[in-house]
Design a protein around this ligand. Structure first.
Ligand code: HEC
Ligand code: HEC
Length: 223
């Protein structure tokens, strides 16, 4: 390559890259506002509570924070708000050995936090953080109707079976030994508080009798 050709390649190459950069920047700036919902007063108040209790000292959010506790970016997507609220106000009512301290958060503060977490979850993060892949990998192995329902209803967002799944609710690996009564499980799924006082487990009353029975039958086989 002659010196002249190299010079041209450098100049026009740089120019082209620069133009591409400008076009992409304009495109990004144009869509930025559309990537997050409107910030209401409640969301704003929730963010202040988030800072007040230094939640980020343990949790990550939008890629920032520490790795001691689960990521909060999409927390409201997999778990009902009533459950999250209970957890925030008193983690030990949900998980007896929870590593999250009781921070003394008021009802109002908890509601604001949920509004903030709801807003965060709606921010378009290009699919970050990635969905847990372990659960999807286990899906291929599903055999009984109860196992399929367990996955379809995302029970593993809160429960582990043989090491797969969330840790907020009790481990279900041997639930059949602890609770062998199918009727108990059906009642528990329909209305957890009818058998476990102050239960934070969401109800699955929208499932039909056949589905509830299949799930309950699956539960008692876990030994
Ligand atoms: C000292 C560390 C620490 C602080 C501070 C902390 N958390 Fe946690 N949090 C945890 C841990 C650890 C867990 C995981 C569950 C467990 O092991 O108890 C958790 C779990 C949670 C969960 C339930 C997550 C799930 O997937 O079920 C929510 C919601 C939550 N934290 C919100 C908050 C909010 C909001 C704040 C600030 C007001 C906060 N946390 C402050 C340690 C902390
Ligand atoms: C948002 C979190 C969450 C989801 C989702 C969830 N659970 Fe739970 N589950 C809990 C919590 C918290 C408890 C402890 C309180 C209780 O026993 O009701 C619990 C308790 C249980 C128990 C009793 C465990 C024991 O050791 O006594 C069973 C069985 C159970 N869940 C099954 C299920 C099934 C099946 C699904 C899906 C259809 C499901 N759970 C979905 C949070 C959840």
């Amino acid at each position: 390559m002659s010196t002249n050709a190299a010079k041209n390649l450098f100049i026009y190459g740089s120019l082209l890259c620069f133009i591409v950069l400008i076009v992409l920047t304009i495109d990004t700036m144009g869509t930025l506002d559309k990537r997050a919902p409107v910030i209401t007063d409640k969301v704003d108040a929730g963010k202040k509570v988030w800072h007040k209790y230094d939640c980020i000292g343990c949790h990550t959010i939008l890629g920032n924070g520490s790795y001691f506790a689960p990521d909060m970016t999409k927390a409201v997507e997999r778990k009902p708000k009533g459950y999250l609220k209970k957890f925030i106000m008193d983690p030990r009512t949900i998980k007896a050995d929870s590593a999250m301290p009781v921070l003394g958060i008021s009802e109002q503060e908890a509601d604001d936090l949920i509004a903030f977490l709801d807003w965060i979850a709606k921010v378009d993060t290009n699919g970050w953080p990635p969905k847990p892949i372990l659960v999807a990998a286990a899906a291929g192995k599903a055999a009984t109707p109860g196992q399929v329902l367990f996955q379809q209803n995302d029970c593993s967002a809160c429960h582990q079976i043989q090491g797969l799944g969330g840790t907020a609710g009790p481990d279900l690996t041997r639930i059949g030994l602890k609770q062998a009564d199918i009727e108990w499980h059906i009642k528990h799924l329909k209305n957890p508080e009818s058998v476990v006082p102050k239960s934070a487990m969401p109800d699955f009353a929208h499932l039909n009798d056949e589905e509830l029975k299949a799930l309950a039958e699956y539960m008692v086989t876990l030994k």
